[in-house]
Design a binder for this molecule. Structure first.
Ligand code: ZN
Length: 254
């Protein structure tokens, strides 16, 4: 296999869950000093390490790791064992729904409760589908050959820290840790800051309970005219322009 065919397996390899024959092929490339695969796996390892290091060692960011693993699962559909986590989830929901249906026959007067439960399941399934779309976008940015990355927060004592990945045709992915919880009615807003122009809003997100966050702004990015990616705290509805000092500024290489 050539490097191009192996490119999208670097993350799987770094996480230790690549399948054969790709795993062996990547190992061979690295063993014979392939610079493309070496650099790709190094980057994937850094990302994996970042995810692992985004919380104290005793509590390695389970949410974020789970999400990335889930994104890996959704990636596998191209190779046939497809959507296994999604199907597993859907199957589980069907079992739960069937259980509620049986309960409902037994307790006919619980119809209202059943309706609210099945409505909740539908909402969960929709949220799950949206999450898979988001993770697929994130994975496309991570594994894109023309993706540029920038770190932030490494030198601060109390940092949100992490990385941004920018792919000109696929968008911007932000992975952060140590984010403080936002005050009530506030939210994080990401900005793409062009050189010599006003910041452009790039979406709203909240951090997880463990302080980690993953945010994707899909779509084209003109890398040459972009100076930095930043994050501020804004009112829930978001703002057109930043109204607070950014907690995250990731400057892109000129
Ligand atoms: Zn190679």
């Amino acid at each position: 296999m050539n490097c191009d065919q192996l490119r999208e397996h670097y993350e799987l390899y770094a996480l230790g869950i690549a399948e054969e024959p790709e795993r062996g092929e990547i190992r061979d490339h690295i063993n014979r000093g392939c610079e493309v695969c070496g650099a790709g796996v190094k980057r994937a390892l850094e990302t994996a390490a970042l995810l692992g290091a985004s919380a104290p060692a005793a509590q390695p960011s389970p949410q974020l790791r789970h999400r990335i693993l889930a994104s890996v699962g959704s990636e596998q559909r191209r190779f046939g064992f497809a959507w296994v986590p999604v199907f597993a989830m859907a199957a589980l929901l069907l079992v739960v729904a069937a259980y509620f249906a049986v309960s409902n026959r037994r307790y006919a007067d619980d119809a209202a409760r059943l309706r609210s439960q099945s409505a909740r399941l539908r909402v969960q399934m929709r949220a799950q589908a949206a999450e898979i779309v988001r993770l697929t976008e994130a994975f496309a940015i991570l594994s894109g050959p023309s993706t540029t990355e920038a770190s932030f927060g490494g030198k601060q004592p109390q940092p949100p820290r992490g990385k941004v990945f920018v792919n000109p045709s696929r968008g911007v992915l932000l992975i952060a840790s140590n984010l403080p919880r936002t005050p009530a009615d506030k939210i994080y807003e990401m900005w793409i800051i062009p050189k010599g122009a006003k910041p452009v809003p790039a979406g709203l997100f909240q951090s997880q309970d463990d302080g980690s966050a993953m945010h994707v702004r899909p779509g084209m990015v003109d890398l040459a005219s972009t100076a930095a990616v930043a994050v501020t705290v804004e009112n829930e509805a978001g703002a057109d322009q930043p109204t607070t000092t950014p907690l995250i500024v990731a400057a892109l290489a000129p």
